[in-house]
Design a protein. Structure first.
Length: 277
């Protein structure tokens, strides 16, 4: 049995991302949470967005559009709004927060999120994630949904639903980062491990390998080895390729989510080799 890098992944996606022209993505606040001032809510939101923007692999940016009073949760009006709800909570009372993401095909076109100030108490400091929810971590969780990530099974992931509102989830776990960097990837140099969509994105002597949910530039090899550290030589039909070796912790890889396969590919053992035409 061959273990591919994708087998170690716990994150999931909604199958859509924001198009590049959407950034910097403007966000807004509306409403209040009991006991949380407007300034505290805004500071928590700024910190949450900064957490996602700090991951250079994705190259995302955000800007504060200020406060609103006329937005409607779930309405695709082109405004990404964090709704702080303190009067009537329309969803299940057990939910700490709720995302509303509107997609068109594989593109996200609008996103909102609501935060339950009716059934839960909130804090900006000293929250325990049970009797008092942490504002910043809940914002960070929902922003992950805005960006196209769904829930993760990794126990320490911000996108793990059991950590929504837990202060431990303010910082991204490695699984959150892997998911983000797979959905959004800054164009690389085409070197070993850089993200690609086909071989034209890679250096002349490299091919583009689709490895599960990842796609990256790599080299051919012979079954005797010859792969860089962190990679292993796997058979792919009549050839062999250097793929990330999950058993060794993986190589350095600016991988991206693989788009649909097209003509000129070779499929074997879950590996797809994309060639120059």
């Amino acid at each position: 049995m061959i273990l591919l890098a994708a087998s170690a992944l716990a994150w999931d996606s909604i199958g859509a991302t924001w198009p590049p022209e959407s950034f910097p993505l403007t966000w807004y606040l509306q409403g209040t949470l009991p006991g949380i001032s407007d300034a505290e809510a805004e500071a928590a939101a700024e910190a949450a967005f900064d957490t996602w923007a700090a991951e250079s692999c994705a190259g995302l940016s955000f800007q504060n559009g200020g406060r609103l009073t006329d937005a409607t949760l779930g309405e695709a009006d082109g405004r990404a709004v964090l709704f702080l709800v303190s009067d009537t909570w329309g969803a299940e009372s057990t939910l700490v927060s709720e995302p509303r993401v509107t997609t068109s095909g594989t593109e996200i076109v609008d996103a909102d999120a609501a935060f339950n100030g009716v059934d839960y108490a909130w804090a900006v400091d000293g929250a325990d994630g049970r009797t008092r929810m942490d504002v910043q971590s809940a914002f960070t969780h929902e922003i992950g949904h805005w960006l196209g990530l769904w829930h993760s099974t990794a126990t320490d992931a911000t996108l793990n639903p059991s950590l929504d509102g837990n202060p431990e989830a303010r910082d991204l776990a490695s699984d959150d980062v892997e998911g983000l960097c797979s959905l959004y990837t800054v164009a690389g140099s085409g070197a070993q491990g850089e993200a690609c969509t086909d071989a034209s994105d890679c250096e002349a002597d490299l091919i583009c390998l689709v490895d599960g949910t990842l796609s990256y530039c790599t080299s051919l090899c012979d079954t005797g080895g010859g792969c860089p550290e962190g990679y292993a030589c796997f058979s792919a039909g009549d050839e062999a390729v250097c793929a990330v070796d999950a058993s060794s912790g993986g190589g350095e890889c600016g991988c991206s989510a693989a788009s649909g396969a097209h003509g000129g590919v070779l499929v074997a053992l879950g590996l797809i080799v994309r060639r120059r035409r």
